[in-house]
Structures are given as C-alpha cells and as structure tokens.
Design a protein around this ligand. Sequence first.
Ligand code: MG
Ligand code: MG
Length: 273
Amino acid sequence: MFRERGIELKTPGQIRAMRVAGLLVGQTLELLRDAVRPGVTTADLDALAEDNIRSGGGTPSFLGYGVPPFPASICASVNDAVVHGIPGSRVLQEGDVISIDCGAIVDGWHGDAAITVTVGEVSPEVTTLMRVTEESLWRGMAAAKLGGRVSDISHAVESWVRSEGAYGILEDYVGHGIGSAMHQPPNVPNIGRPGRGPKLVRGLALAVEPMVTLGTSETRVADDEWTVVTADGSWAAHFEHTFTVMPEGAWVLTAVDGGRTKLTELGVPFGGE
Ligand code: MG
Ligand code: MG
C-alpha cells in the first residue's frame, strides 16, 4: 500500500517479515562487534557478515548497490571515515574506531542498521562521541509517536547531540524509509524543527541513523568514490536502527531484543513481539 509521496505502508504481516530481516542484521552486527580487535582486517569482518547473512537465509543488500557497484556486504568506516567505507586489507589497530553498517534482504524485505565499535582502548572523547551518537538514535526513535511527524525524530536527535557538546552532525546524509527497498521516502534528517514532514502512521518503517563527528559536519567522498570522510579529519560515529511504531508502541526491528530494554528505560511503550 502506498500513500503520500511514495511512502510504503506495511501490513502487520509485512512488518513481521521485516523483523526477520532486521533480526538477521542485528545478530550479524553483534557477531561483528565481538570480532573487532587489533589485527583483524575490514575484509575479515565483511566475510563474516556475508557468511552470517547468507547462512541465515538472507542476501546482503549492500553488495552491488549503487554506482559504482558497492563491492562488499558491509560498510566499514574507520576513524575519520563516517559512512560508506569499503572493506579491504586495512588492519585494525589498537585505538581505532570503526563504524559498521549492515543490510540484509529476507523474502524481499530489508533491514538496515549500524554500530560504531572501539578497537581496544580509545580516547575518552571518542568514547563519549559514540555514547552521545547512540543515545541520540534512541532519543530520536523515542520521539516518534503515531500522529506525529518525521521531523520530531530529527529534532530529538539534534537536540540530544547539541545538549551534549560541540559536535558536527552530518546534514548531507540522512535516514530513510525502508521496506521492500532499502532506501525509500521519506528522508529522515538528523537536524530540524519538530512537527514537519510526513505524518508518522502505522505501517511506516524508518531507518534512523545519526552521523556525528568530533569536528565539522562537512564531508568529502574519497577517491574510491564511496568512502565519506570528514573534511577536517575529525573522527566520527554512526549508529542506525530500522524501526516502526505499532499501535502499542515502538518496535526496533534491527535490535536483537526489539528495543525492549532501552525503550523501557526511556519510558516508551514497547510495541514488539
Ligand atoms: Mg545503513
Ligand atoms: Mg540506512
């Protein structure tokens, strides 16, 4: 079913199908989190992810995506790379930080999520950046109420990050609708005033993904035509979940526990199964 501006609204059965894809993505990211350590290459992580997605009955949605075709199953973005890093021979070093973005398709339905992980010990400012970014993602999802507007999420993300310090919030890259395709309308920016954009209605699924830096919000694309790096070399964090708002409450389709723990902590009703 499609409504205003090409927005795809899912039936309850389709949302359940999206949960299958989301859970596979969430479990894959937990596997990768455990695998991150000094000496591991980003290609090693990519191989692990592809194997886990395929053995779980899914297809990696990033592989072959876009122009030029993305050559891997995850994005692996290290240090000053924010998003869209191409996995390869780079060996992770103690003190690095890596953002891993992962997408899978199961039975035609998509899940999309990302985490930032430390490699051994990192500086306290990087740890704080990660905590602020992840919390802004949850605050954004927590602000989504049926009958509200998409920019309520944007506003909550931005407000949280700004309240925590002088960080850069990417504006050129945004969250998105998701369902039978990975990227659908509407856009979900990480900044903005509340009460704007499409209405939050039942059956809408969104990928919320704050990208936050220790410096500027300006970026450039590297020579590989994919990797997005900060213009000033500052380090970055990226957290993402695919979620929906059920009549009973929110359901984080890519969180292994459906978001129950964190949503409850934030006082948001859990609407998952
Ligand atoms: Mg993603
Ligand atoms: Mg996404």
